[in-house]
Design a protein around this ligand. Structure first.
Ligand SMILES: Cc1ncc(COP(=O)(O)OP(=O)(O)O)c(N)n1
Ligand SMILES: Cc1ncsc1CCOP(=O)(O)O
Ligand SMILES: [Mg+2]
Length: 533
């Protein structure tokens, strides 16, 4: 055993069939989950085999369903070691399997109330052969759907599950049936759609859906990416659903898991494995770290009656881009008043934010005007938090807006007036949402616990920060939340080169010295990063 501390593995179960050609089924699940595993966040996939199949790229030659007694023995054996955090269900071969599993899930939920269960309702292989009979879905509807958190059908599975004809208007009815049966969230995989240019996957979330103690931010997310035209894609659906399960196991909220899984599949299909000249399957190369794999996000809900609480359609693209920063943000100090701003200028801060939360309107305008003038005199980049109308009116250098604000602010006016825009984010989904506006920078937080703002449920940690920095590498990023002189080097170690701080500056007894020290630390890391390239 090495000297590094051992981290307890996150246990995931895959309850699925074996595809002996290793494109789909259990083999795809193992490859995907392993790809999300790391030394500090190990993911351990255990299997319950429901059926042994004999398959190749042109069809299914044989399916042998596992007897329920052996399924129960597999579950009992696993439970002697550990209870799962997430279960991914794939092929269930008989209605008996479904009834048995529904009872097992009730029992497991008693042992682990935060258990997440995702079902990828495979019944037809990618070659078109049926892997299970029609009676299976009737049992699924009656017994399994009420036990599920997330269902990930492709379009043929959506129609088959709900006995609908394939039409957009029928999608509403299909989704309604599934939600009424008790499913909490549905991801409809668009790989089988008629579009030759794009593959659009859609996430629908029922209002009361909660996971990892968070409630969902939105009720509808569509992610689209260019269709990759090659035949090396066996098991893509299994890999996608496994990637969602893996991301949930790592603690990402559902919207983030969706963005991460779609990026993962884009990478996997971009670098597939050729089994022979005509067939192959997705390649598995870890959490993606290249922005070209990011999908495009849209939030326009085509079946609004399924998720009626969605009333607002967010403008998710705006071109051209916002004006770039004059200089890297580096040390970014956020102050609550003009008095504190003056103190920061004297101390030598070169990037500032005026974040006034309470003031009368005349005082506010006066303060913002004074801050703009002072920062212009000192050649300092100043962002005005929240008050974008005043920033626009007074010709500020830039504004900083939160995720809620970007749905209401006049972004076009800000962009046309050449103000820089900074946007808050926490997680893959909100980073993607922010990135599509092509802002001047994106803030990621809170990295650690903070007393300055209520960020309950939104603490990101260093591990996630590392992945965000790698994937969103086309926009300047700044980390915020609980950062101080003691932990700044750890934050910089995750690849970020800009740090925003509120309390750490306010508490500095020798501001000038503190600023010098922080600026030196940041430039040392930036130089080190350039050296390593
Ligand atoms: C650099 C930076 N990052 C994040 C925030 C937070 O903005 P927002 O989410 O709008 O919250 P408030 O600051 O308005 O409470 C920020 N201000 N600056
Ligand atoms: C405004 C804000 N947005 C995300 S965390 C945060 C507070 C950062 O303050 P501090 O640096 O004192 O933790
Ligand atoms: Mg704000």
């Amino acid at each position: 055993m090495g000297t590094e501390p051992l981290h307890n593995a996150i246990i995931v179960w895959s309850i699925a069939g074996s595809d002996n050609s290793a494109g789909a089924g259990i083999a795809a699940d193992i490859k995907t989950l392993q790809s999300f595993s790391s030394k500090t966040q190990p993911v351990h996939l255990c299997t319950l085999i429901t059926a042994v199949t004999a398959q190749h790229s042109n069809g299914v030659d044989a399916v042998m369903a596992m007897p329920v007694t052996l399924l129960q023995q597999q579950a009992d054996a696993l439970l002697k070691d550990a209870c799962p955090a997430v279960i991914k269900i794939g092929l269930l071969a008989t209605a008996e399997h479904v009834r048995w599993l529904s009872l097992l899930l009730v029992q497991l939920r008693q042992q682990n109330p935060t258990l997440l269960v995702l079902y990828d309702p495979v019944a037809i292989s990618s070659s078109g052969d049926r892997l299970a009979g029609a009676a299976l879905y009737q049992a699924v509807f009656k017994y399994l759907l009420p036990q599920l958190d997330i269902l990930t059908p492709n379009l043929p599975e959506l129609w088959a599950l709900t006995l609908q004809a394939p039409a957009l208007s029928h999608k509403t009815a299909a989704l309604q049936q599934l939600f009424q049966a008790g499913v909490k969230a549905i991801i409809v995989k668009g790989g089988h759609s008629a579009s030759q240019s794009q593959v659009v996957d859609e996430l629908f979330i029922a209002s009361p859906f909660r996971y990892h103690g968070h409630s969902a931010y939105t009720h509808y997310v569509a992610l689209s990416s260019p269709r990759q035209h090659h035949a090396f894609s066996r098991g893509t659906g299994c890999c996608f659903s496994s990637a969602v399960a893996a991301a949930l196991a790592l603690g990402y909220p559902l919207e983030d898991a969706f963005v991460l899984a779609k990026s993962y599949i884009n990478q996997a299909l971009h670098q597939p494995i050729a089994i022979n000249a005509n067939t192959g399957c997705p390649g598995h190369y870890g959490i993606p770290s290249d922005s070209r794999y990011l999908p495009t996000l849209s939030e326009t809900n085509p079946v609004a009656d399924v998720t009626p609480s969605l009333t607002q359609v967010t403008p998710l693209t705006l071109s051209p881009a916002f004006k770039p920063l004059k200089a890297p943000l580096g040390l970014y100090v956020i102050v609550p008043s003009v008095e504190a701003l003056k103190r920061a200028l004297v101390a030598g801060v070169k990037t500032l934010q005026l974040r006034i939360k309470q003031a009368t309107s005349t005082q506010l305008k006066h303060d913002i005007m004074q801050a703009i003038q002072l920062c212009q005199q000192h050649d300092v980049q100043l962002f005005i938090n929240d008050h974008w109308q005043l920033a626009l009116e007074l010709g500020a250098y830039g504004v900083h807006l939160g995720q809620e604000d970007i749905t209401t602010a006049d972004l076009l006016a800000l962009q046309q007036a050449e103000l820089r825009l900074g946007v808050s984010s926490h997680g893959f989904y909100k980073l993607l949402r922010a990135q599509q506006l092509q802002p001047s920078y994106i803030a990621i937080g809170a990295i650690f616990n903070t007393q300055t703002k209520n960020m309950a449920g939104k603490i990101q940690g260093l591990h996630k920060l590392k992945y965000y920095c790698a994937l969103f590498n086309t926009v300047p990023l700044v980390a915020i939340g609980g950062i101080n002189a003691d932990n700044a080097h750890l934050v910089l170690g995750s690849g970020i080169t800009n740090l925003a701080m509120v309390q750490a500056f306010a508490n500095a007894t020798e501001p000038q010295q503190w600023v010098k020290q922080m600026q030196a630390l940041i430039s040392q890391h930036v130089k080190g990063a350039h050296h390593a390239e």
